[in-house]
Design a protein around this ligand. Structure first.
Ligand code: UGA
Length: 454
C-alpha cells in the first residue's frame, strides 16, 4: 500500500508538470503551483501548454480523479503539503552562472508560509551546494520547531518520452543530509521498482550535471569521429554500431548529426564548466565538447554550401525545427542557428515541422512555415533535414523529386541509407558517410568530391 502524501509541486514547466501528474497517478494528492494565472486556468481544463505525448490524458484523468489540482496560490499549497517539490527554471546568466531567481523566490515563500515541518525536494538542476544553502536559509528564517530538510532528487526524464522515463527510470538518485528525509523520498519512489541510490546532497547535485555532460560528450565524440570518417571514407553509423556493441560503451547517444540542442545539454554543460571554473578547475574535455557541438552547426552550413555552391538566391527547405523529434521545443534547436546562417548567406528558407508551428513564428523571422512537408519542399534547391521526425521516413519520394528544383537531400540526422537514396534518384549528403550521387549508388567519396567541385 502506498502511503498517500500531500505534495506541492512548484513550477509547471516540463519537469514540474510531468512529475506532478505522475505522482498523482501513483496515488498521491498533488497540487501544482505556478504564478502564471492564465497557465493555471488552462491546466485546470487539462489544456496542456507543452507538447508531450500522453501528458494531456494523464493530467485529465488525475484532475477528474481529484488527485491533481493546480493553483497560483503558493501559500495555501505550502501550508497544506507534507512534501514540497521545487521544479522551477534555472536558466544560464550571461556570465555562465546559474540564475537562481526563481529558486530564491520559492525559498522566500516557504519561509513565509510554512507553519509546520515538511520535506523539500529539489528537482530543478541547481549548482552544487544549493541544497545545503537552502536548508541553512530556511533554518535561519523559520522558528526552530519547524524543520525543513532539503533533499536533492535530480530528474533524468527526456522531453518526448517524459512519462515513460518517469515511470521507468534507470535509477533514482536521492541526496540527503538527514536519513529520515532521504528514506521518506525513497519510499515515494519505491513503487517504481528502480534502483535507488542514496547519496550525500552534493554528490546527488553533481550526478545530474555529470550525466548530462557525459551524454553530451558521447555526442560530440561521435561527431568528431564523423569528420574522421568523411576523410578516410568510413561510415560513422557502422563505427558507432561497432563501438556500441561493447557493453562498456553501449549503443546510446552515438548518433552523429548536427549536434545536441534543447533546454538541458547546452545549459547544463556550460553550467558544469562554470561550476568547475568557480573552484579553479579547468574542465578541458567539457570545454571541447561544447566547442565541437557549436562547430558542428557551422560545418553543416559549410557542407550545404559545398554541395550547392553559393547560397545567394538559393531556396532551401529545412525539414524539422524542434531540437529533436516528439517535442515542439525550439530552445537552442540547431535548426534555428542553421537557418539564420543560411539566411545570412543569402538563401531563402521554408520550414516544415509537425509540432512547432504556432510559437515558432515569433522566433523564425522570414521563414515560411508549413505543417505539411510537401508544401515546404516546393521549388526548393535542396531538402535539408534538421530533425529526424518519423513523418519524414514515409515521404512519397517521387513527389519529393518532382517538387524540388534539383533532387538533393542534405541530411543532418543520418535518417536514410545513402545507397537507397541514390537508387531513389537523389544526391544524398549526410554526416560521416559517403555521399551518394543520384543514380550512382555507392559512389566513392573521391568521385563525389569531383562531382561537387567540378
Ligand atoms: C536530456 C537528458 O537525456 C535527460 O536525461 C535529462 O533529464 C534532460 O536532458 C534534462 O536535463 O532535463 P532532453 O534534453 O529531453 O533530455 O533530450 P535528449 O533526448 O537527451 O537529446 C538532447 C539532444 O541531443 C537533442 O538535440 C538530440 O537530437 C541530440 N542527440 C541525442 C544527438 O545529437 N545524438 C544522439 O545520439 C542523441
Amino acid at each position: 500500500m502506498v502511503k498517500v502524501q500531500r505534495i506541492a509541486v512548484i513550477g509547471t514547466g516540463y519537469v514540474g508538470l510531468v512529475s506532478g501528474a505522475c505522482l498523482a497517478e501513483m496515488g498521491h494528492q498533488v497540487v501544482c503551483v505556478d504564478r502564471d494565472e492564465r497557465r493555471i486556468a488552462r491546466l485546470l481544463q487539462a489544456d496542456i501548454p507543452i507538447y508531450e505525448p500522453g501528458l494531456r490524458d494523464l493530467v485529465a484523468s488525475n484532475l477528474h480523479g481529484h488527485r491533481l489540482t493546480f493553483t497560483s496560490q503558493i501559500g495555501d499549497a505550502i501550508r497544506l503539503s507534507d512534501i514540497i517539490v521545487i521544479a522551477v527554471g534555472t536558466p544560464t546568466l550571461e556570465n555562465g552562472d546559474v540564475d537562481m531567481t526563481q529558486v530564491n523566490s520559492v525559498v522566500a515563500s516557504i519561509a513565509a508560509y510554512a507553519i509546520s515541518s515538511k520535506t523539500v525536494v529539489m528537482k530543478s538542476t541547481v549548482p552544487v551546494g544549493t541544497g545545503r544553502w537552502l536548508e541553512e536559509q530556511l533554518g535561519l528564517l523559520l522558528p526552530s520547531d519547524i524543520k525543513i530538510p532539503v533533499v536533492s532528487n535530480p530528474e533524468f526524464l527526456r522531453e518526448g518520452s517524459a512519462i515513460h522515463d518517469t515511470f521507468h527510470p534507470d535509477r533514482v538518485v536521492i541526496g540527503a543530509e538527514y536519513a529520515q528525509a532521504g528514506a521518506e523520498i525513497a519510499e515515494l519512489h519505491a513503487p517504481l521498482g528502480a534502483e535507488i541510490l542514496l547519496t550525500d546532497r552534493e554528490s546527488a547535485e553533481l550526478i545530474k550535471y555529470a550525466s548530462n555532460a557525459f551524454l553530451a560528450a558521447k555526442i560530440s565524440f561521435i561527431n568528431e569521429m564523423a569528420h574522421v570518417c568523411e576523410k578516410v571514407g568510413a561510415n560513422v553509423g557502422l563505427v558507432a554500431k561497432g563501438m556500441g556493441l561493447d557493453r562498456r560503451i553501449g549503443p546510446h547517444f552515438l548518433n552523429a548529426g548536427i549536434g545536441y540542442g534543447g533546454s538541458c545539454f547546452p545549459k547544463d554543460t556550460k553550467a558544469q564548466l562554470k561550476i568547475a571554473q568557480n573552484v579553479d578547475y579547468d574542465f578541458k574535455i567539457l570545454r571541447a565538447v561544447i566547442e565541437v557541438n557549436h562547430r558542428q552547426r557551422e560545418r553543416f552550413v559549410s557542407k550545404i554550401e559545398r554541395t550547392l555552391g553559393s547560397l545567394d538566391g538559393k531556396h532551401l527547405a529545412v525539414m524539422g525545427l524542434a531540437f529533436k523529434p516528439n517535442t515542439d521545443d525550439l530552445r537552442d534547436a540547431p535548426a534555428l542557428e542553421i537557418i539564420a546562417s543560411l539566411q545570412n548567406l543569402g538563401a531563402s528558407v521554408s520550414g516544415y515541422d509537425p509540432a512547432v508551428s504556432a510559437h515558432a513564428v515569433q522566433m523564425l523571422l522570414g521563414v515560411n512555415l508549413f505543417t505539411d512537408p510537401y508544401s515546404a519542399l516546393r521549388d526548393a534547391d535542396a531538402m535539408v533535414i534538421a530533425t529526424e521526425w518519423d513523418s519524414l521516413r514515409e515521404l512519397n519520394w517521387a513527389l519529393v523529386r518532382s517538387l524540388l528544383k534539383q533532387p538533393i537531400i542534405i541530411d543532418g540526422r543520418n535518417m536514410f541509407e545513402p545507397e537507397e537514396m541514390g537508387r531513389l534518384g537523389f544526391t544524398y549528403v549526410s554526416i560521416g558517410r559517403k555521399t551518394c550521387a543520384r543514380d550512382m549508388a555507392a559512389t566513392s567519396s573521391y568521385m563525389t568530391k569531383k562531382l561537387f567541385q567540378g
